[in-house]
Design a protein. Structure first.
Length: 353
């Protein structure tokens, strides 16, 4: 590229060459995520993907979009950028997984005031790793350098995923029945929600990024608060092949109280047994340092449960055993009951708290 042609833009704060350098560096990362359906490489105006639908009688596309939110503020403050890309992918692929969809491809958007090629490469390496964990192709993306829009060293992330499911295998919660059991899959911590409050509590606590996190067996504050969001695609896709999963929920912003009802029929409610799962140290810390009640934690955060399955009681033991075989913890955390009145559809028993 001629530097003379780009001189005026460079003087305005946009480094076209840095963008070209980044594309060159991430090209191999993108190629390593490619699946059989990818028929284009990065650099085109649009990514091309040919889905395999021969085994489906009525294919349905499912899509979701999200960002990482103010968790990025900690990535900037702690100078740790290798996990937020995983968060970005996780938030979208876990959402479409809830409806039984297989992720096909993902696109990302990275925006910053001044492009730091090394930082951007690290972030996008995390995006590629999230796609690898999801067996989802990183089909393309956009890098935007916008002087004066962001502070020094800051950036924003957004992305979206497209998946596919046969209409006959769509999971929409309509099959949920009274007496069904609720299985909760462990979260890796806060995932990517509640960080506006978590950062406020952190600032009040006086803890620094290299300090040991309370109760976390030597893990640092940086390690615990920037632990990447768990991606549930592999284990849940395995369960869907053989078991009668009637409903699923990704526990994101709004916690138990707002997310579980999204998959419940109007005539039922979820009874959750608090204390039936292992609570990660970060939530005990929020409870104590933030002076938050447990109902507040289950409204704002995931409370240690990142994903929920609803299925027949007789399949609970097999389900938990299979989840554990993937190296992940899971517990039977509640029951579906007949709804009484028109109140909330999530009732949490805190007797064990």
């Amino acid at each position: 590229m001629s530097t003379d042609r780009a001189k005026a833009y460079t003087e305005a704060g946009v480094d076209i060459q840095a963008g070209n350098d980044l594309v060159a560096r991430i090209k191999h990362l993108v190629q390593r995520t490619h699946t059989k359906g990818v028929i284009s490489d990065i650099g085109g105006f649009g990514g091309l993907f040919r889905p395999e639908i021969g085994s489906m009688s009525d294919p349905v596309l499912v899509s979701s979009t999200d960002g990482v939110g103010t968790k990025l503020k900690l990535a900037f403050a702690f100078n740790k950028h290798d996990t937020v890309g995983i968060d970005l992918v996780a938030m979208s692929v876990n959402d479409i997984l809830v409806q039984g969809a297989t992720p096909l491809f993902f696109l990302d958007y990275f925006a910053t005031g001044k492009l730091d090629v090394e930082t951007a490469h690290t972030v996008i390496s995390g995006v590629a790793e999230g796609c690898r964990q999801s067996a989802c192709a990183l089909l393309g993306g956009e890098t935007a350098e916008m002087p004066d829009m962001y502070g020094d060293g800051e950036y924003d992330l957004a992305g979206f995923c497209v998946g596919i499911v046969d209409n006959a295998k769509l999971v929409d919660g309509s099959g949920i029945r009274v007496g069904d059991k609720i299985v909760g899959l462990a979260s890796t911590g806060l995932h990517s929600n509640g960080f506006s409050l978590a950062r406020k509590i952190l600032a009040k606590s006086g803890l620094g990024p290299d300090d040991p996190f309370p109760g976390a067996d030597g893990a640092t504050v940086r390690d615990v608060l920037l632990a990447p969001t768990q991606i549930y695609v592999e284990v849940v896709r395995s369960l869907l092949r053989d078991l009668d999963v009637r409903g699923m929920a990704h526990i994101t912003g709004g916690g138990f109280y707002d997310n579980i009802p999204r998959v419940l029929p109007n005539q039922v409610e979820a009874h959750i047994d608090f204390g039936s799962w292992e609570m990660p140290p970060v939530f005990q810390w929020l409870h104590e340092a933030g002076e938050l009640s447990w109902p507040e934690i289950l409204q704002i955060f995931n409370g240690g449960i990142g994903y929920v399955l609803v299925l027949p009681e007789e399949q609970v033991e097999e389900t938990i055993n299979r989840i554990q075989a993937f190296g992940m913890s899971a517990w039977s955390i509640g029951t579906i009951a007949r709804r009484t009145g028109d109140g909330e559809q999530v009732v949490v028993n805190f007797d064990k708290a």
